[in-house]
Ligand binder design. Structure first.
Ligand code: SPQ
Length: 429
């Protein structure tokens, strides 16, 4: 097992960070480049482990993809250009890869097998396999298709009219990707608005999708055309430095090129509500994905309640928001977030367990957590549990700890932020 020793900061955090490419948009750029007709160039691609798993799966499906640091060239031949893979498709740790890929494979008339790592083997798949089966895909797998390994034989698809039981961009996207290949018009109704990168990318690649509040309508038989993609920085990665800048005394950090898609900016709303000192310089909102720079300074914070429709717009930021709340005045309550239980780890349990080890006062509830602010954090040995977001949250916590922190399994962080420790060290100087 790898271990990383982390020391508190003495002088605050100062400097400028170029936020790496958005993970959700990087995955989708590979997928859309592969199913479109023509050559797609992707700039500021995130070469994190999860997105590399997506590239590897599409190469096994016969797509030629050239990689040059943060740039990709994808030679797409339309949905029909995908070929039956000779090998098993391994999605590694990536829930986005497996769920969206199932939506694409549902319409492909060949056989594929999908596997992933230990964590993927525990994440629920019926949420996509069941509606995809109802459209006509043949899917089998452990516990009747709830868990990997999964096999799928796609083909002719009927459209779907589906009221989603969970607020999930992955489920929505899988059904949209299947809907693009179905015979007729599909209607998908979201439980709450989730990230809309798939819808934006369909339009960018010359396709059509309608959105009316939470109702999404997509016609089958659409042909997509290659389009160059500039990936904005990932607000979910920026979140670690937004919180670090707010809670570490004597800090001022500028985060460049942060994606500001309104379906992802829940953390900014909540930090503002808690009294954080943020300044945002949004570039002219483009029709594709808006972005801008954010400056964060040390802030005095107050507790708040986080619940309802904002939850899907900050779901991946909840571990780092929990740390933020330990440093606020008063209590923070997080509700309606039971989806956290089915992420890379059960993020309610892992956040509570690891922050408690560092001296925080935090309790798990059925659908979230209660965090009592004003904690002085101590040191100790903590673990990422193989979850990138837990690992980064603990590394940021260590900045405030009185003693040394030893982080077990820090390597998980390369799933979404391979340069994380370089960026952190640069701010400490
Ligand atoms: O890809 P994966 O492993 O599911 O990644 C996570 C993350 O923390 O990076 C969740 F564990 O992000 C998901 C996010 O929680 C990425 C995503 C997407 O790109 O569509 C959507 C969200 O998941 P869901 O299940 O709510 O749709």
């Amino acid at each position: 097992m790898e271990l990383k020793e982390l020391l508190p900061t003495i002088n605050g955090l100062k400097g400028v960070i170029d936020i790496p490419g958005d993970k959700s948009i990087s995955h989708r750029s590979v997928m859309f480049g592969s199913i479109a007709q023509g050559v797609t160039k992707v700039t500021n691609f995130l070469p994190g482990d999860d997105c590399l798993s997506t590239i590897s799966c599409f190469r096994k499906l016969g797509v030629v993809i050239e990689e040059n640091e943060n740039e990709l060239t994808i030679y797409g031949n339309g949905f029909d250009g995908l070929k039956e893979p000779d090998e098993v498709l391994d999605v590694g740790n990536s829930g986005t890869t497996i769920r969206l890929l199932l939506g694409i494979l549902a319409g492909r008339p060949f056989f594929s097998t999908l596997i992933g790592d230990h964590s993927i083997g525990k994440r629920p798949m019926t949420r996509v396999t069941e509606p995809l089966r109802s459209m006509g895909a043949q899917i089998d797998g452990r516990k009747d298709g709830e868990f990997t390994p999964l096999s799928i034989r796609g083909g002719h698809l009927n459209p779907i009219h589906y009221q989603m039981p969970v607020a999930s961009a992955q489920v929505k996207s899988a059904l949209i990707l299947a809907g693009l290949q179905a015979e007729g018009e599909s209607i998908i109704i979201e439980k709450a608005e989730s990230r809309d990168h798939t819808e934006r990318m369909i339009r960018k690649f010359g396709g059509e999708v309608q959105k009316n509040n939470r109702t999404i309508t997509v016609k089958g038989g659409q042909k997509l055309i290659a389009s160059d993609v500039l990936v904005p920085g990932d607000i979910s990665s920026a979140a670690f430095f937004l919180v670090a800048g707010a809670i570490v005394p004597d800090s001022e950090i500028v985060l460049k090129n942060v994606g500001l898609n309104p379906t992802r900016t829940g953390i900014i709303e909540i930090m503002n509500k808690m009294g954080a000192n943020l300044e945002i310089y949004q570039e002219e909102a483009s029709s594709f994905e808006p972005a801008g720079d954010i400056t964060v300074k040390t802030s005095s914070l107050r507790g708040t309640v986080i619940e309802g429709d904002v939850i899907p717009r900050l779901i991946d930021e909840i571990p780092i928001i929990a740390l933020l709340a330990t440093q606020a005045e008063g209590t923070t309550i997080i509700k309606d977030a039971s989806e956290l239980k089915v992420k890379e780890t059960n993020r309610i349990d892992t956040v509570v367990q690891e922050l408690t080890k560092l001296g925080a006062s935090i309790e798990a509830t059925d659908d979230g957590m209660i965090i009592h602010g004003g904690s002085t954090l101590t040191g100790g040995t903590v673990s990422s549990h193989g979850d990138h977001r837990i690992g980064m949250m603990l590394a940021i916590a260590s900045l405030l700890c009185k003693d040394k922190v030893v982080l077990e399994n820090p390597e998980a962080i390369s799933v979404s932020y391979p340069n994380f420790f370089n960026h952190l060290n640069r701010l400490k100087k």
